[in-house]
Design a protein around this ligand. Sequence first.
Ligand code: ADP
Length: 558
Amino acid sequence: MTKKIFRSILLAAVSVLLASLVIIMGCLYDYYENVQEKQLRDELRLASYGVEAGGSGYLEQLASPYRFPPIADFRLTWIAADGKVLFDTHVPAAEMENHADRVEVKEALVKGESGGVRYSETLTERTLYYAQRLADGTVLRISISQLTVFALAMGMLQPILLTAILAVILSALLAHRMAKSIVAPLNDLDLDDPLENDPYDELSPLLVRIHQQHRQIEAQLRALRRKTEEFEQITENMSEGLVLLDGKGVILSINPAARMIFHADSSCVGQGFLVIDRDHEIDLAIRAAREGGHSEVRAVRNDREYQFDISRIAADGLTAGTVLLAFDVTEQAAAERSRREFTANVSHELKTPLQSIMGSAELLENGLVKQEDVPQFVGVIRTEAARLVTLVEDIIHLSQLDEGTAPEKEPVDLLELADSAASALRERAEERRVSLSVTGESSVMDGVRGFLYEMLYDLIDNAIKYNIDGGKVEVAVSTSDTGTTVSVKDTGIGIPPEYQARVFERFFRVDKSRSKASGGTGLGLSIVKHIAQYHHARLDLHSTVGEGTDILIAFPRT
Ligand code: ADP
């Protein structure tokens, strides 16, 4: 800006200077010309009086070389009416040609006087002349030669140039100082506080506008900051991982959950996604989302299974970036897996007894069974049918528990329930020569009577089934400040440590043939686990192979 102002001032100063020079010179020359014209007329008039009075003698006197100072500038020529030169102050009259055809002579003879200008061939000199008709009919002409404006200017070129250079230098210095002094207050403007400045009145509207814009920008910044904070607060506390990528796959934002999933820190922001994860599947899914709008992929990270939902962020129809959301689906995946396994197991468990029933029935139908063996085959059909009924009942109970469509809870005395379950199984215990006892105090809690009965029945049933001849089963109900605990303890075969966690899985049996032989479905303990969960009870299993098993269910106070 300083340079621009400097250039403008300098240009203006030089232009004004040159224009003034030309105008002044023009005016002076014009004035000088007028003065000279007037002088020339006056001198012609004086000379004509002299010639009329003294004839050529007067002119000779004027042209005398002894005269001081000699008349060098003016030239007087006396011409007869026929054009013959009678006298000339500069050249002998005899050497001069006839002047009859000269314009000024002709005009003077006709009009009495005449005047004009003649330029030299080089245009450097001009001759000013006047002619006057005298009383005797002759013509006296006076002329003076002088330099033209062009020649004058050329002659004065050196001083003019010198003056111009000096003037330019002076103008440059002044322009520099002026430009600096104009710009200095602008440089000192405090734009953080525009209204506090007042260097020039003309700047006031601009400063007011800047002030208003400041306020607008501040308000917008505040809103932006608030939104960023809100966004950060939401994403910081999200349990799902969130990664924002730009159109080229560069990380714009990554929340703590995502940092944990990908083992990354905040320094990854600004770098490509491949820096935090090189999984080809995820990379392909990001590309697919960029092109197709959405994609999903599952991958295991930190021993957990995650579903990555990737969506395109579009702005004005173009891909502005992608957002990647990571959900922990470990439990969901496990549930899906167990549901698939369960379906396969159910089909298998149903098929086996049905095949047995079909086989026995076909043999009977075709009369291939001896009369005395018929009861045995009918017995097989009955046992397998009973197994099917039990299995279907167990499946119905499990699906009820899965769906959460259990009946209302009611006050239930656990000791009373344990007594009735034990009574129902006493006969079976006696068959196996297993002693069965129920001890403890009456303990009433809120629960689903049917479920709790089934739970105690299954536990006592298992304790009898997997016991040894002459073994013991002890059911104890105890109450404390924390709640009620039921323990079903046996002196049976025990469960090997590696299977202790798995016995609660659906259809898992340690010894399949023993379970089947005793009518087990492999669903008993998983029903027990569900019922315990339904009542918010803790399930503990202590078992030693060859010594026995103790299963404890601790119900919280209701
Ligand atoms: P099942 O119908 O086969 O008894 P459960 O779900 O009730 O199915 O039990 C699963 C498996 O756990 C049984 O097959 C058995 O191997 C083992 N089990 C259950 N209870 C006991 C126990 N009290 N003592 C030893 N093993 C047991």
